[in-house]
Design a protein around this ligand. Structure first.
Ligand code: BES
Ligand code: MN
Ligand code: MN
Length: 462
């Protein structure tokens, strides 16, 4: 494919500037203060798809934020690729830990990104990665090299659970019909170690509330004589793991898929430096379930983590008080075969059962989704592998990720299609954290690689 490299070097500045404009829009789906910005971002995505050469682009209303749908159908007899991505971003907090404002993108050089990286919320997750597809389409359309049909579905609620997307997908199966789904919303091992994500974990996210006395109490007058909801909650949470860091919820591991020795040996071949891992996070030692390696703990094993905990007095100075209530947000990452609704029920039953008398416990399920594993003996995987080989000069390694994109399992169920996860971010890109960034090299490499996927997938299908 002559000229994708040339096209990129010719249009590189514009490709970067367009992404920077998109990143200036604070499309935080979790916070209603940004409602108008999220809606404006949907319009900007629509405009970019029209500019890139889609024939039709619609803003599809939902009960939440709209889904941007675009398509270019060149011949019904050719395969159709459905690109999915999201234009919403995580909240930027804590803002004071950013070295530059989250919605004022700047390019800075880093150790991992000597060519520079764009710093902004959403740079990698997922605006930068989604926009690679828009620019790859532009290239294919403008140079008459689009080999197949393409549909785009870019949503605005991924970071808050995609609940309206599920409804949209169920109601628009015909419109969304495709031969393969293509997503860039994951990462790869390193710039010189390309990898393709073959698995995602499922998720169950719950919030718990522990109530003790009917009002906040003086901790001297009542302390020691009534259950303190914060003491109780922390004790209950601590009991959710045993001495081997295994989760104690009865039935939690019942359906967990155990990998064979061979599969684990295969996984262990992926390059990994424990020293670098610890240094990058400034931790003295790693932690986790006994009997598993770090790469296993964060991909093929289920986990439970407190994401936030609050209650009582957290203002300046001291206040002697026993709070009436304590709260926590808890996420469980799940592996294939674990059903997120079943796990949510198991959690609820168990958590309520371990509450001592003197407090009441309420467990509120938030959202969740199933895990996903994709086989590598498919045309889709082979086409992706060949695309990476072409642009990286080496075969990519299949790798399961610890993150979740719950909608992927749903796509398979509703649309009956497989998903290929071509992620170009690095774990060190700080997604969801302060100082999120996306390598300029990675952005351009993604744009370069995607058209080859289209080409090989179409060839392999004929
Ligand atoms: N893009 C991420 C998921 C991801 C990142 C998967 C890196 C693999 C590697 C996505 O935007 C995300 O953050 N998902 C959430 C789940 C969602 C239901 C809020 C997650 O994994 O926490
Ligand atoms: Mn994402
Ligand atoms: Mn995310």
């Amino acid at each position: 494919m002559e000229s994708i490299k040339n096209y990129i070097s010719e249009h590189k500045e514009r490709f970067l500037n367009e992404l920077i404009e998109l990143l200036k829009m604070p499309s935080v789906s979790a916070d209603t203060a940004f409602t108008q910005d999220v809606l404006d971002t949907a319009e900007a995505v629509k405009a970019s798809l029209l500019n890139a050469g889609c024939d039709v682009v619609e803003i599809c209303e939902t009960d939440g934020y709209p889904i941007v749908y675009g398509e270019k159908i060149i011949n019904a007899a050719l395969p159709t690729i459905l690109v999915y991505g999201h234009y919403d971003v995580q909240p930027a907090d804590p803002i004071n830990l950013w070295t530059s404002p989250p919605f004022e993108p700047v390019i800075k050089k880093t150790e991992k990104h000597p060519d520079g990286a764009i710093y902004a919320r959403g740079a990698c997750d997922d605006k930068g990665q989604m926009y690679m597809h828009v620019k790859a389409l532009e290239f294919m359309v403008k140079t008459n090299q689009l080999p197949c049909n393409v549909k785009f579905m870019i949503e605005g609620e991924e970071e808050v659970g995609s609940s309206n997307l599920a409804v949209f997908v169920a109601n628009n199966k015909e419109k969304l019909a495709n031969d393969i789904i293509l997503i860039s919303d994951t990462g790869m091992i390193a710039n010189d170690v390309p990898s393709i994500t073959t698995g995602l974990r499922g998720l169950s996210y719950v919030e718990v509330e522990v109530t003790g006395p009917n009002r906040d109490l003086h901790s001297g007058l009542y302390g020691g004589a009534v259950a303190n909801p914060i003491n109780v909650l922390t004790k209950m949470i601590a009991s959710l793991h045993d001495e081997n860091n295994r989760i104690t919820i009865p039935g939690f591991y019942d359906k967990v898929e155990e990998l064979s020795k061979e599969e684990r040996a295969e996984m262990a071949k992926a390059p990994f430096s424990l020293e670098n891992y610890k240094n990058a996070l400034a931790i003295e030692d790693i932690y986790g379930e006994k009997g598993y390696t770090t790469n296993e703990r964060n991909s093929i094993r289920p986990t439970l983590d407190v994401n936030g905990i609050w209650g009582g007095y957290i203002g300046e100075g001291a206040k002697t008080v026993i709070a009436s209530k304590a709260f926590a947000k808890i996420s469980m990452r799940l592996v294939p075969n674990q059903d997120w609704k079943e796990i949510t029920e198991l959690f609820k039953t168990h958590f309520e059962s371990i509450a001592p008398k003197g407090v009441t416990v309420v467990v509120k399920p938030h959202h969740g989704g199933q895990g996903y594993v994709t086989p590598i003996n498919t045309i889709g995987y082979q086409a992706a592998s060949k695309a990476y080989e072409t642009t990286f000069g080496k075969k990519p390694i299949p790798q399961r990720s610890g993150g979740s994109i719950p909608i992927v399992a749903l796509f398979e169920k509703e649309l009956n299609s497989k998903t290929i996860l071509m992620g170009f971010g690095l774990d060190s890109d700080a997604i969801h954290s302060p100082n999120e960034h996306f390598g300029v090299w990675n952005y351009l490499k993604g744009i370069e690689t995607i058209p080859y996927f289209y080409k090989y997938f179409t060839e392999m299908n004929s």
